[in-house]
Design a protein around this ligand. Structure first.
Ligand SMILES: Cc1cc2nc3c(=O)[nH]c(=O)nc-3n(C[C@H](O)[C@H](O)[C@H](O)COP(=O)(O)O)c2cc1C
Length: 386
């Protein structure tokens, strides 16, 4: 598999003149904007990696008059703090991305769904938004942006639970189909994009899709903002080209004793040292919404797993049985093996349960619990048993 040398870039946080990009996009047709995003190969930065241009195209083809652009700034994945930084430092690029998406799909209203814990950012965001809207109106755009605050539920980052939350209902995922581009917020065609995805769309329009595609790999074009934490001497936010091997990453950010990296937060995979060299960070390998947690040999992987399972048990919305009951059973199960109340072979049954949750759960929460569970049980079994 093609891998890239680790390479730091500075595009997301680079200051640009938003007027220039907005004016350029204003002069383009809706199809031209969508084609440019399609051509760039941009995939969503919120975790699922759906092609952004395709999402915009599907929504633009809907005949409804009322459509919405939602910026998903819920950022609930453990270990992820990049969207907060983007909003703090370059919110105008998020507003510009939403405005351009609005033009492309034919939406006049955008909403930023902001994680409740980021309420402290609201005064500065509102002030910057006022200035931004004045400018975009002067150029000729007729696009409003507003904020809604989350209330601390991880599930509300899931796009359809997010709609329910904005609509004033309990945050629970909807059945799909219909998909949001056909029937989303208030039943209207809706594009939901992550904060970083929207900023990437601005970068693509500024520099062109050809230049953008020179970064990353064929399947994972561009760069990504990583939230690096755990056992690292240099925790923080880094923008790196996609497609590097995990070994390259650990050489740069590890402390010389890294035994595992949790790629993609609690919903992601725990990659052990023996697989660092063969693991590609990107959609062709291990995808990530941006969370990279390094663990050294001082860590008990049982504690790591227990912590994730407690998180999922707490955050399961409880609507579907495989997720609600499955999370509790996995947690109790590993506890009972650790306490020697169950045989170690019981872990094999729990792996089967995690597999069932992947196919039987209603949304991405229950479907992804097995990622961390299986990768930790399979690679660090001895730490769970003893
Ligand atoms: C439980 C759960 C939580 C999620 N939380 C977030 C989140 O905090 N931010 C985010 O952008 N996407 C989150 N997602 C993914 C969204 O449902 C959706 O795929 C994403 O916002 C689409 O944007 P993108 O295509 O730009 O990545 C979550 C998904 C699940 C299942």
């Amino acid at each position: 598999m093609e891998t890239k040398k680790i390479s730091k870039v500075d595009l997301i946080f680079e200051h640009i003149d938003p007027r220039e990009v907005l004016t350029k996009a204003y002069g383009m047709t809706r199809d031209e904007i969508i084609d440019e995003i399609l051509e760039s190969g941009l995939k969503g930065r919120g975790g699922a990696g759906f092609p952004t241009g395709m999402k915009w195209k599907l929504c633009s083809e809907e005949k409804e008059k009322t459509k919405y652009i939602i910026c998903n700034a819920d950022e609930g994945e453990p270990g992820t703090f990049k969207d907060r930084e983007i909003l703090d430092r370059v919110a105008y690029k998020v507003y510009a991305g939403m405005t351009i998406a609005g033009k492309a799909v034919g939406a006049k209203k955008g909403i930023i769904y902001l994680r409740g814990e980021y309420k402290f950012l609201l005064p500065q965001l509102r002030m910057q938004l006022d200035g931004f809207l004045k400018m975009s109106n002067e150029i000729g755009y007729d696009f409003e942006i507003d904020f809604r605050l989350g209330s601390g539920a991880y599930i509300c980052g899931e796009e359809s639970a997010l709609f329910e939350s904005i609509e004033g209902k309990r945050g629970e995922p909807r059945n799909k189909p219909p998909y949001p581009t056909h029937s989303g917020l208030f039943g209207k065609p809706t594009v939901v994009n992550n904060v970083e995805t929207l900023v990437n769309s601005v970068i693509i329009l500024k520099y062109g899709s050809k230049k953008y595609k020179q970064m990353g790999t064929m399947f994972s074009t561009g760069a990504k903002v990583f939230s690096v934490s755990g056992d690292t001497p240099i925790p923080g936010i880094y923008e790196l080209e996609l497609g590097m091997s995990l070994l390259e990453f650990v050489k740069e950010f590890g402390d010389g004793d890294t035994k595992a990296v949790q790629v993609g937060g609690a919903a992601g995979f725990c990659v052990p040292r023996k697989l660092f060299a063969s693991t590609v960070i990107g959609f062709e390998g291990v995808p990530t919404g941006g969370s990279m947690k390094l663990f050294n040999s001082s860590r008990s992987m049982y504690n790591v797993l227990h912590n994730y399972l407690e998180f999922f048990t707490e955050e399961s919305c409880g609507q579907c049985t495989p997720c609600r009951v499955g999370c509790q059973q996995l947690l109790r199960g590993v506890e009972s093996v650790k306490k020697r109340e169950s045989k170690s072979t019981y872990l094999n049954e729990l792996v089967k349960l995690a597999d069932t949750m992947k196919i039987a759960s209603k949304c991405g929460l229950g479907q992804s619990v097995g990622n961390a569970f299986k990768s930790i049980v399979e690679n660090f079994r001895e730490e769970i048993i003893y």
